[in-house]
Design a protein around this ligand. Structure first.
Ligand code: F6P
Length: 326
């Protein structure tokens, strides 16, 4: 029998579509199991400054379809200090909160791991990030929605690129990972993806584009993952323009619109399953684990594994893109 009677839930770091569905699932599954559930606003900052409210099932009504996070989110510097974490722990004690569910990406789960170890606090993480860069899970909450947003945007840019017979470099998010760029490129029929995990030379890229135009393609689209390693879309476009002045080049940076919007059915279901599994994990006295999904089965991934390992890119995807973009 778990000693946990009361849990807190927070979202931290960059928001991701499906976070609300996860908050709803944790709250409802928690209340269903007889737990008290507290919503903590503005991530770790809300823990330190005591922005906490007890939730009923009503607090999470009508939110499954909404993007963003009703709990708000923040990137909190104070929580990176031992004093900040002590303050956060004292606030938790005052509310009688015995365990936490943290929804966020790499940075948020790193904070969770340190906090859990320092105070022997049961913490369960849910992978909430559009970047899909957490190890041990096939996918993360928000990734599918962001991917669909990218696909829709690239489809639109394709129309104008084709009319003007232009070469477009489109920059997408992903922090240090290329999942959005690579799968976004496959889904939108782009000519290439430049990702930090695989090095591409400018002349190789130009050759591919030249080959496309020679075969009477009307436009070329290259998806570029934001990263100092790729140089971003602007940097790459400049290099191609300098070396191949014949191309009519344009750049489009999709930016934060990738983080918004109503979550897809896939993300809503994933968030609901993961949120529900987080309560099972807490009741099962699991601690310091992230809920993941592997081959459609829920798995528990120790924080140390989820955060420390680089999630590999599936090489088959890269070769599929190359073969289909001729
Ligand atoms: O981690 C999610 C993410 O959207 C990254 O893809 C991106 O690099 C970063 O957050 C942007 O952060 P901010 O919203 O703080 O500018």
């Amino acid at each position: 029998m778990s000693h946990v009677k009361s849990i807190g839930i927070l979202t931290s770091g960059g928001d991701a579509p499906g976070m609300n569905a996860a908050i709803r699932a944790v709250t409802r599954a928690g209340i269903y199991a007889g737990l008290k559930v507290f919503g903590i606003y503005r991530g770790y900052r809300g823990l330190i400054y005591d922005e906490i409210e007890e939730f009923s099932t009503q607090n999470v009504s009508n939110i499954i379809q909404r993007g963003g996070t009703i709990l708000k989110t923040a990137r909190c510097k104070e929580f990176q200090t031992p004093e900040g974490r002590q303050c956060a722990y004292d606030v938790l004690r005052r509310h009688g909160i015995d365990a936490l569910v943290v929804i966020g990406g790499d940075g948020s789960l790193t904070g969770a791991r340190i906090f859990a170890n320092e105070f022997q606090l049961p913490i369960v993480g849910l992978p909430g990030t559009i970047d899909n860069d957490l190890y041990g899970t096939d996918t993360t909450i928000g990734y599918d929605t962001a991917l669909n947003t990218i696909m829709e945007c690239v489809d639109k840019i394709r129309d104008t690129a084709t009319s003007h017979e232009r070469l477009f470099f489109i920059e997408v998010m992903g922090r240090d990972a290329g999942f959005l760029a690579l799968n976004g490129a496959i889904a939108s029929g782009a000519e290439a993806a430049i990702i930090p995990e695989i090095s591409t030379q400018v002349d190789q890229l130009a050759e591919l584009i030249k080959h496309g135009f020679r075969k009477s393609k009307n436009s070329s689209i290259v998806l570029v993952a934001e990263s100092p390693i790729t140089g971003g879309a602007m940097g790459l476009a400049q290099r191609v323009e300098e070396e191949y002045p014949g191309y009519d080049v344009r750049v489009s940076i999709l930016g934060h619109l990738q983080r918004g919007g109503s979550p897809t059915a896939h993300d809503r279901i994933l968030a609901s399953r993961m949120g529900s599994a987080a309560i099972d994990a807490i009741l099962d006295d699991q601690r310091n684990v992230m809920i993941g999904i592997k081959n459609d089965e829920i798995v528990y991934v120790p924080f140390t594994k989820a955060i420390k390992n680089d999630k590999p890119i599936n090489q088959e995807l890269m070769s599929t893109l190359r073969r289909l973009s001729i």
